[in-house]
Ligand binder design. Sequence first.
Ligand code: ADE
Length: 230
Amino acid sequence: GAMLAILGAIETEVADNRSLLEDPVELRAGHLAVHQGRLHGVEVLLARCGVGKVNGAMATTLLRSAGATSLLFTGVAGGVAPAQRVGDLVVATDLVQHDVDVTALGRPPGQLLGEPRSWPADRAMSERLLAAADACAARDRRQVHEGRIASGDQFVASAPRAAAIHTDFGALCVEMEGAAVAQAATTLGMPFAVLRALSDTADHGAAQDFPAFLVGSARLMADVVQHYLR
Ligand code: ADE
């Protein structure tokens, strides 16, 4: 049957959803602790993958083997587009790996040999996620953005670097797992979507803003997930 995996990188990004899980059962998929149960009657697998692209890709693979048929990644990100604010929501249209560089072999920045430049998220899941995000954001006067998300094994905390990621990749925000999850899910034939709430704007203030806004942004995302499942 259908089984939705909900994945986050760090404890704060998964704690709210886990506390709402009905009939929870803890299981292991390789090294990964997985919490199985129901959220609003939907069968889900919840997991925390840890930070970075390798952890995102491993967890995606293990969740697929554990029976997940689709995957929703939720977490925080740094905004890199103009006119964004902390607390805004981003739903991915597609994801790119901004730290990939095979330009010496003629590939555009972000593109590996034998891979696409970006990995599109599932349309139906993303539309539904957008509707849920709009419903939650309207209450709090937050904006919902839809567009490309850039991922890399870097915490970006420089305005020029953030601006370059926006310009070079057309990305709205930067984080550290989404595009790796996207690559793994695409390779495994598993539909996926990515939702991010902005904890910072990837500039000189990011190191202070990220811990300050993490909890609030994570709560908002859990709220969107509840709407999504209803
Ligand atoms: N996640 C949240 N903020 C981030 C940033 N500035 N860079 C990378 N990942 C992030």
